[in-house]
Structures are given as C-alpha cells and as structure tokens.
Design a protein around this ligand. Structure first.
Ligand code: PLP
Length: 443
C-alpha cells in the first residue's frame, strides 16, 4: 500500500511541467478519441489523495469514476492480488477453473438483494456484464426486446451504446446500433413537468403504457435500469418508480435487471442502491467498485435465469481473471471491515449540508441530489431551470486548479458530481468542500 500523506499539496501549476511533457507524448501516441478529464499524470494514489508526477497531491472526488471506493491501493486488495499474481496470472476459467472465481460468485450471492437461489458469471467490464445480462434474459424468456430509459448509460460496446441515451460523446457517428432496443421515460423529479411528487406515479404509468402499446409486454425480454442513474446526471428515480416498473416486469414475465455498475458496492450507503426501495431485481450487473480498481464485472441473478443459456454460451478469455477475483475479495473484505456503507452515509451528511449552504448563496444550484458518496448538483441559469453547462465547466476547472479532482455528467452537461473514495478522511472531505465553495465565489 502506498503510504501517501493524506494532505493536499500544490507545488506546481496544475498540470505541472512533467505532466505537460507526458501529455505531449500522449498526444503523439494515444488515439485522440480517448479523452481525460484532467491531464495530470498519476504517480501514486491511495485514500483520498492522488499524487501526480510533479509531486502535487490532489484531493480525489472521482474515485476513477466510482471504482476505487476502498482507495486506489487498499491494503487487502494489494495483499491478495499480489499473492495471486505470484501464484498464477491466468488459466482461463473455461479451461482450468480456480477457487477465487467461485468465491466471488458466493460473495455476490450473499451480498445482492433477495434470499432466492442465485448464481453469477464474471466478465471484464461493465458493458460486457450488461451485454451478458441481455443474452441471459433473451435465453430465459425466448423474447427479444430490451427496454431502457431516458438518461440511461450502459456502456460503449455496440449493444450498450444502443442502450445508452446520450448521443455525444458516446454514440455520435458510431452507428448503426443493435435492433430491438426501446427507450421509455424515467421519473426525473427535478424536471418532471407536474412536480417531483407526481413523477414516480406518472412516469411509471407512461413507461408502462409505452411498453404495452408500442412493443407489447409479451415481446420484452428485459427491462434494464440504473437504480441511481450515473452518467445521465445522478438522477434518483422519484419514489415509487422502481417498484412500479419492477412489479410490471414480474407480472409480465419480463426479466428486471438493475444496472448497479456505478451505484453498487456501498457507493450509495447500501450494498446496492435498489435496497432503498426494497426492490429485488431478477438480475443485477456490477463492476466499477467491485475489485478495488482491477477490471472485473458480474451478472448475478436468479439461478433458473442464470442457467438458461446453453453450456458454453457464456464466458470470455479473461472473464473473472484470478488476480481481479483476488482483488475483489480484498475489496469486499475492506468494505465489511470498515463498514463502508456507514462511511458513505456520513459522506452524504457532510456533503449535503455543505452543498445546501452553497445553494443558499448561489441560485445557480438548481438541485442537490444523490445518495451516500454519489452526490451531485445540477446547475441552472439564475431564476430558471435552463441548464448551465458553462458554469459547470468553469466550476470544475476552478476546482482542478486548486487540486480538487471533480467530474461532470448529465444529459445537458450541467451536473457536477462527487464520487469520493469511501475511505476518504473527513478533513479532506471538508477541504474539498471548501474548494468547491471558493470556486462558486470565483465563478
Ligand atoms: C460505467 C458504467 C457502465 C459501463 O462499464 P464499463 O466498465 O465502462 O464498460 C455500465 N453501466 C453503468 C451504470 C455504468 O456506470
């Protein structure tokens, strides 16, 4: 584990000279389509700090997009992954299996909602997990249609691009997309025309009506939703929406899939965000936070659904790599030992109080939302609900210059999102909030 002092330290401009040099090399060698939020090159990272190649220490409010919830070099992750690395790096589970894969699947069965019999299959990335959830749902139902939601994000492969709502930057020019994908409304409380309190009931009724009238419930294999929408703007579907959609799926023989790739593994203060409304998904996709930074993803669900594809129908060369599995067991051990669900809830408490004080002073803060350590503010033009991507970008830039790494998101590019590692110290958390407050004063 890197014993990095948990203190912000700025010793050069951001990015500094060494980062600028690396960025110049990168521009010559790395494809232009691969962007970076902040071209500061990392040297070491742990806890709430990323140390760059110039010796600057940045406060991390991004966790590599909700991945390093346990920190970027958590002791148990490093220990278990290193031991596995020395034993063997790969055999391919489809050729010669190993215990770590089985153990991760056992943990997933225990931690995911519902006490029914469950099984899992492991993959490399979130998009791959979503693709496989669709394969499993189609094999089980012998139907084809897939229902997704406004503002949804599910990945960058062909099928998952099609399932993702936002054109730029994810889809533009990359079509044609896979067929049999249908998009319906989601209960976006802040922007629901008749008000947040009506959004759950009205949006679910609209979505169900569209499914029945435009697709036919009997043709739908899967309904897939993020219990808190991530890239779309940290939208929490208004109360009642998820239970209504889940019930409709169950009543109509449709597989209900919760995409918890961003919201899962303690991020929202629960093992999985759908627990807040007691929704028990048929299948659940996980990735990001699962393995402390190593690439691992999973589909977990009802045993009879998971067993629907023919033998050999699921898999992949690297899926459930032994080092990634060892890392996942270390990450899960850390989450349990440090009670990271409680830490996430505490982060929410601190952040929401600080953000409410900022909102009092600045009326461009339209909405404060999210749960646990998945918190966002939606920025608007003064006195309206018109999106304000300019202020969002300027605020992010001002934070970056002070050594606070923040991310933006949202269909309209006007959401500032905060995803600190769950192990971040409260001093750093508050210092990060000070920087955000100062950025408002400047912008
Ligand atoms: C990040 C994300 C994905 C895609 O995961 P990758 O590992 O980038 O392929 C899918 N769904 C959700 C909700 C995500 O946040």
């Amino acid at each position: 584990m890197s014993a990095i002092p948990q203190e912000r330290r700025i010793v050069t401009a951001i990015p500094g000279p060494k980062s600028q040099e690396l960025q110049a090399r990168r521009l010559g060698a790395v494809a232009g389509g691969v962007g970076s939020v902040l071209p500061v090159f990392a040297a070491r990272a742990n806890g709430g700090i990323i140390e760059d190649v110039d010796g600057n220490r940045l406060i991390d409010f991004g966790s590599g997009i909700a991945v390093t919830s346990v920190g970027s070099s958590a002791e148990a992750v490093v220990r278990r992954a290193s031991a596995q690395l020395a034993d063997f790096t790969h055999t391919c589970f489809m050729v010669t299996p190993y215990e770590g894969y089985v153990e991760v699947c056992e943990q997933l069965a225990e931690l995911t909602p519902g006490d029914h019999a469950k099984k899992s299959a492991l993959f490399n990335s979130g998009a791959e997990a979503v693709e496989n959830a669709v394969k499993i749902a189609r094999a089980y139902t012998k139907r084809q249609a897939v229902v997704v939601f406004d503002h949804g994000y599910h990945g960058r492969t062909n099928l998952t691009m099609g399932m993702t709502a936002k054109n730029m930057p994810y889809k533009n020019g990359f079509g044609p997309f896979a067929p049999e994908i249908y998009r319906v409304p989601v209960a976006y409380g802040y922007r629901w025309p008749t008000g947040e309190e009506n959004a759950g009931a009205e949006a679910s009724a609209q979505a169900i009506d569209m499914i029945v009238k435009q697709i036919g419930a009997e043709n739908v294999a899967a309904i897939i939703i993020e219990p808190v929408l991530g890239e779309g703007g940290f939208i929490e579907p208004a109360k009642g929406f998820l239970p209504a959609i889940s019930k409709f799926a169950t009543d109509n023989g449709i597989v209900f899939v919760a995409d918890e790739i961003q919201s899962g593994f303690c991020r929202t203060g629960q093992w999985f965000a759908c627990e807040d409304e007691n929704v028990v998904p048929d299948l659940i996709t996980t990735a990001k936070g699962i393995a402390g930074g190593l690439p691992l993803a999973a589909v977990t669900g009802r045993a009879e659904m998971m067993d629907a594809p023919h033998s050999g129908g699921l898999g992949g060369t690297y899926g459930g790599n032994p080092v990634a599995c060892a890392a996942a067991l270390g990450a899960i051990e850390t989450m349990k030992e440090l009670d990271l669900n409680a830490r996430a809830k505490r982060i929410e408490e601190v952040m929401k109080a600080r953000l409410a004080a900022i909102q009092e002073k600045y009326d461009i803060v339209g909405d404060i939302r999210g749960r646990g350590a998945m918190i966002a503010i939606e920025l608007v033009k003064s006195g309206t609900k018109d999106s304000n991507p300019e202020a969002t970008g300027a605020l992010a830039k001002a934070c970056h210059a002070e050594g606070l790494l923040v991310l933006t998101c949202g269909t309209y590019g006007n959401v500032l999102r905060f995803l600190p590692p769950l192990v971040i110290g409260e001093d750093l958390l508050n210092e990060g909030m000070d920087i955000i407050e100062a950025a408002f004063a400047r912008v």
